[in-house]
Design a protein around this ligand. Structure first.
Ligand SMILES: Cc1cc2nc3c(=O)[nH]c(=O)nc-3n(C[C@H](O)[C@H](O)[C@H](O)COP(=O)(O)O)c2cc1C
Length: 184
């Protein structure tokens, strides 16, 4: 699969077959995440793979009611929980060095997109689930202080071929030249 096919063909997948996603496939996805850029190469991401069905149900239980990713979470072959260490990315000596904080969110986002694209290139599907009670999920997975659970990624083989996906904003609505608001 070439880059354009990966970028433009990837969709959030919320319905899976019962095909087992192997540990090797999961490692390949994490390997793609591993090569994402990060602040000063700090690589503060942590990934927890969950296969235990009871644990998966508990994690789905931390989602807000009617989260569209709930069914995907319950029927996924595995969950990959994307976490990050706080206080390192964008920080020196534990202090923020820019007015923008929580750079780990940026780093993790890049890593997770790599992961999702790799899954797609392998014929697998993912969806990012972030609308949840993060503190409750952190507790369930015994994530220590200083680390945050950011998103859950259910992984599986898509039940149906990818559709065109929700529309995107027009380029002209967010692309600027020389200054914000000037037309490119
Ligand atoms: C940070 C983030 C959080 C998201 N949280 C959820 C979620 O909680 N539940 C869900 O069903 N989809 C969630 N999504 C998926 C988006 O709804 C989806 O990416 C968007 O609608 C575009 O569709 P596409 O991924 O098929 O292109 C999330 C995506 C991102 C990037």
């Amino acid at each position: 699969m070439n880059l354009d096919e990966a970028i433009f063909g990837r969709r959030s997948v919320r319905k899976f077959t019962d095909r087992y996603v192997t540990d090797e496939e999961i490692r390949a996805m994490i390997e793609a995440a591993r090569w994402a850029p990060s602040w000063a190469n700090t690589q503060v991401w942590e990934f927890i793979v969950v296969r235990d069905r009871a644990l998966m149900e508990k994690i789905a239980g931390t989602y807000v009611e009617k989260n569209p990713a709930t069914r995907a979470t319950l029927s996924a072959s595995a969950l990959i929980v994307a976490c990050a260490r706080d206080g390192v990315s964008g920080c020196y000596d534990g202090k923020d060095v820019t007015s923008i904080q929580k750079w780990y969110m940026f780093d993790l986002g890049m890593a997770v997109e790599n992961l999702c694209l790799k899954a797609h290139a392998m014929g697998l599907g993912t969806v990012v689930a972030g609308y949840m009670d993060h503190q409750a999920c952190k507790k369930i997975l015994e994530v220590p202080a200083g680390y945050e659970v950011v998103a859950v990624l259910p992984v599986g083989e898509p039940l149906t071929p990818a559709k065109s996906g929700p529309p995107r904003k027009e380029l002209s609505s967010f692309l600027h030249l020389d200054a914000f608001g000037k037309v490119f």
